[in-house]
Design a binder for this molecule. Structure first.
Ligand code: SF4
Ligand code: SF4
Length: 123
C-alpha cells in the first residue's frame, strides 16, 4: 500500500547529536553575539532540571553512558573498572534525560532548581 519505502528514505540524512552552535565555519556567529550565547547557556543550565545518580541504587551497568547522545558523552565512568557510578559533566549535558529513561534500576533522579520548585508549589 502507498509509495514504495525506498522512495521515502533519505540515506544521506545526518542526525546531529550535539548542542546547537550558531556559528559559521569561519567562526563568526550567525544570529546573536557570543556574550548572549554564553549568558543563555548559563541561564539554561541554572534554570533547567538536571539528572543525578543515586549511588546506592546504581549497579554500574553503563547503560546510561551508552544512551547519552552527546558527542564525547556528558556522563562517563571516571575509571575503566567501573568501581563507582558514572559522573556527569553538566556543562556538556543537554538535559535530554535519555540516561534517566534507560536506567534499569531507576537510579537516576531529576533534580529541579529551587525557583522552579517554589513556583510549582504555588500553581
Ligand atoms: S544505567 Fe543506572 S544503574 Fe546503570 S550505570 Fe547508569 S545509573 Fe547506574
Ligand atoms: S540528560 Fe541526556 S545529555 Fe545529559 S547526561 Fe543524560 S543522556 Fe546525556
Amino acid at each position: 500500500m502507498g509509495d514504495p519505502l525506498p522512495s521515502l528514505m533519505a540515506p544521506d540524512f545526518d542526525v546531529v547529536r550535539k548542542p546547537l552552535h550558531l556559528k559559521h565555519d569561519n567562526g563568526n556567529h550567525t544570529l546573536v553575539p557570543q556574550a548572549l550565547l554564553t549568558l543563555g547557556k548559563h541561564a539554561a543550565q541554572r534554570w533547567s532540571s538536571w539528572p543525578r545518580i543515586v549511588a546506592q541504587k546504581c549497579i554500574k551497568c553503563g547503560i546510561c553512558v551508552d544512551a547519552c547522545p552527546v558527542e564525547g558523552k556528558a556522563l562517563q565512568f571516571n575509571d575503566g573498572k567501573r568501581t563507582s557510578p558514572p559522573v556527569y559533566n553538566y556543562s556538556k549535558c543537554i538535559r535530554c534525560f535519555c540516561c534517566q529513561e534507560m536506567c534499569p534500576k531507576k537510579a537516576i533522579d531529576v533534580e529541579s532548581p529551587l525557583l522552579y520548585r517554589l513556583f510549582r508549589k504555588r500553581s
